[in-house]
Design a protein around this ligand. Structure first.
Ligand code: IMP
Ligand code: MG
Length: 184
């Protein structure tokens, strides 16, 4: 049999069904809060691409979307500490109620940097939605997400957009890798 990605998974933390429920609940909260607003969803590539695709369909009010790409980790599981814009937004965000959509809030460096530079562009409002929050790992103390799908323990997770060395993003669930994967 061909080698399967599933063989590299030690433990599943969130099944497809659980993720669907989490995303649905986030969509309901955002639908409620952004009625009468000028919602622009900003997905941070590549990790949030799957969350974005599912979340936007659970939002039942008019919304526009845009994408931004920043560098985070290399092939490692720890942050380099520097954030670089690789792809910027296509538009002027003045007048929009911006909602940044991220996969995970870890040290907080990425979102803190993004929130600062986007705030400087004068959107009408700016908030953060993250699927996962790992509060134990926070290094930037005052960064907080306004919408959190689930709080996760201090373990490196993959799947549903989240990668290890650019792989495993296409797993439909979220899990923890076996130790041997890191020592390859
Ligand atoms: P931060 O700047 O340390 O908060 O890191 C945010 C980015 O690091 C996320 O957008 C992810 O790309 C990546 N990251 C952090 N923790 C994990 C994890 O457990 N699995 C996969 N990627 C992660
Ligand atoms: Mg990543």
């Amino acid at each position: 049999m061909a080698p399967s990605m599933n063989d590299d998974i030690e433990k599943i933390l969130f099944s497809e069904e659980q993720l669907k429920a989490v995303i649905k609940s986030l969509g309901e909260q955002i639908t409620r809060d952004y009625e009468e607003k000028n919602l622009l969803l900003v997905s941070i590539l590549k990790g949030s691409v799957i969350i974005m695709a599912d979340l936007m369909r659970e939002i039942k009010i008019p919304a526009e979307i845009d994408f931004m790409a920043v560098s985070s980790y290399g092939g490692d599981t720890k942050t380099s500490g520097t954030v670089k814009i690789i792809k910027d937004l296509d538009r002027d965000i003045a007048g929009y109620d911006l909602l940044i959509v991220e996969d995970i809030l870890d040290s907080g460096k990425t979102l803190s940097y993004l929130k600062d530079i986007l705030t400087a562009r004068n959107p009408k409002s700016i908030k953060i939605c993250t699927l996962f929050d790992k509060p134990e790992r926070r290094e930037v103390p005052n960064i907080k997400a306004d919408y959190v799908g689930a709080v996760v323990p201090d373990e490196f997770i993959v799947g549903y957009g989240l990668d290890y060395d650019q792989k495993y993003r296409n797993l439909p669930f979220v899990g923890i890798l076996k130790e041997r994967v890191y020592s390859k």
